[in-house]
Ligand binder design. Structure first.
Ligand code: LHQ
Length: 259
C-alpha cells in the first residue's frame, strides 16, 4: 500500500510508524486509520520485533479530525470507534511485541489515548497530554476511561477528563503516565535507541509480559498467579530462555532470536 497520512519503515526487525498530517497536528482521518491497519498487517507478517510510533511536525496527534466528521449523530461516533479507534488501540495492546511511543508534542483526545495504549512511552519536555473530549461534549474514548484511572488514579483521571487541561510531560512522568522524559532534541534518538534495543531482545517473553499485564486487571491475586505460571511456562519453552540461561552460565552476552 502507498502511504500518505502515515510513513512506514521497516529495518532490522524494527518498524517505525509516523503519523504524517503535520499541518493538522496529525489528526486522524478514516484514511489514516486504513493506512495504520495496513501498516500493522505488514508488521505482523514481517517478523518485526518492535514498533516505534511517533508524529511528524510539532504534535504527536490531535485525535479525531473534527473536519472529517459527517456530524449526523451518534451512529457516526460508534462507527468510528468500533471500526477505527478501538481496533487500533486493542491491536497495539495485544501486539506480540513492544510498541514504543515517542510523544513529540501535544497528544490530544484520542491521540492522547493512542499514545497511552503503547507499552513504553517517552515524551519530549514540550509535549503534553490533553483529554480534550469534554471541550466538545464527549467523554474520553479509545480506552481512556479504562487506562487513566489505572495509571493515575481516579482523582487525576476525573480531573483530566472533566477539566480537559493539558498535562505537561513533566507532570505526566510524575503521575506515572509515561516511562521517560526527554529533551526535545534528544527524543527521537532516545526513542530509537530504546525501540532498537527492544527489537533485539526476547520478543516472545515481551509478548507474554504484555499478555500477563493485560490480564492482571481481570483477576484477583490468586487467580492471576495461575495465569502467570502458565505464561511463564510458555516463556520457558522458548529458544530465548535456553539462550539466556546458557549465555549467563557461559559468561557471555545472549543472542536472542525472539523465538
Ligand atoms: C485540527 C484538529 C482536529 C481537525 C488541530 N481536527 N483539525 C472519536 C470518535 C468520533 C468522533 C469524535 O472523536 C473521537 C475521538 C476524539 O479524538 S475527540 C477529540 C478531538 N480532538 C480535539 O478536540 C482536539 C482539537 N485540537 C485542539 O484543541 C488544538 O488544536 C490543540 C490543543 C491540540 C493544539 O492547539 P494549537 O497548538 O493552538 O494548534 P491549532 O489549534 O492552531 O491547530 C493547528 C491546526 O491543526 C489548525 O488548522 P489550521 O488550518 O487552522 O492551521 C487546527 O484546526 C488543526 N487541528 N486539531 N482534532
Amino acid at each position: 500500500m502507498a502511504y500518505s497520512d502515515i510513513t512506514f519503515d521497516l529495518n532490522d526487525n524494527l518498524a517505525v510508524v509516523t503519523l504524517n498530517r503535520p499541518d493538522k497536528l496529525n489528526a486522524t482521518t478514516r484514511n489514516m486509520h486504513a493506512e495504520l491497519r495496513s501498516a500493522f498487517d505488514e508488521i505482523e507478517k514481517s517478523g518485526a520485533r518492535a514498533v516505534l510510533l511517533s508524529g511528524a511536525g510539532r504534535a504527536f496527534c490531535a485525535g479525531q479530525d473534527l473536519a472529517d466528521l459527517r456530524m449526523d449523530g451518534p451512529g457516526e461516533i460508534l462507527e468510528l470507534l468500533e471500526q477505527d479507534f478501538n481496533p487500533l488501540v486493542a491491536r497495539i495492546r495485544n501486539l506480540p511485541m513492544p510498541v514504543v511511543c515517542a510523544v513529540n508534542g501535544v497528544a490530544a483526545g484520542a491521540g492522547a489515548n493512542l499514545a497511552l495504549a503503547c507499552d513504553i512511552i517517552l515524551a519530549a519536555r514540550s509535549a503534553s497530554f490533553l483529554q480534550a473530549f469534554a471541550r466538545i461534549g464527549l467523554i474520553p474514548d479509545a480506552g481512556g476511561t479504562w487506562t487513566l484511572p489505572r495509571q493515575v488514579g481516579e482523582a487525576r483521571a476525573k480531573g483530566m477528563a472533566m477539566l480537559a487541561e493539558p498535562v505537561p510531560a513533566e507532570k505526566a512522568l510524575e503521575w506515572g503516565l509515561i516511562w521517560q522524559l526527554c529533551d526535545d532534541d534528544d527524543l527521537m534518538d532516545d526513542a530509537m535507541r530504546v525501540a532498537s534495543r527492544l527489537s533485539r531482545q526476547p520478543t516472545k517473553a515481551f509478548a507474554l509480559i504484555k499478555q500477563a499485564i493485560n490480564a492482571s486487571s481481570s483477576h484477583g491475586f490468586d487467580a492471576h498467579l495461575a495465569v502467570e505460571a502458565k505464561l511463564q511456562a510458555e516463556a520457558a519453552a522458548s529458544h530465548d530462555y535456553d539462550e539466556g540461561v546458557t549465555a549467563f552460565l557461559e559468561k557471555r552476552k545472549p543472542v536472542f532470536k525472539g523465538e
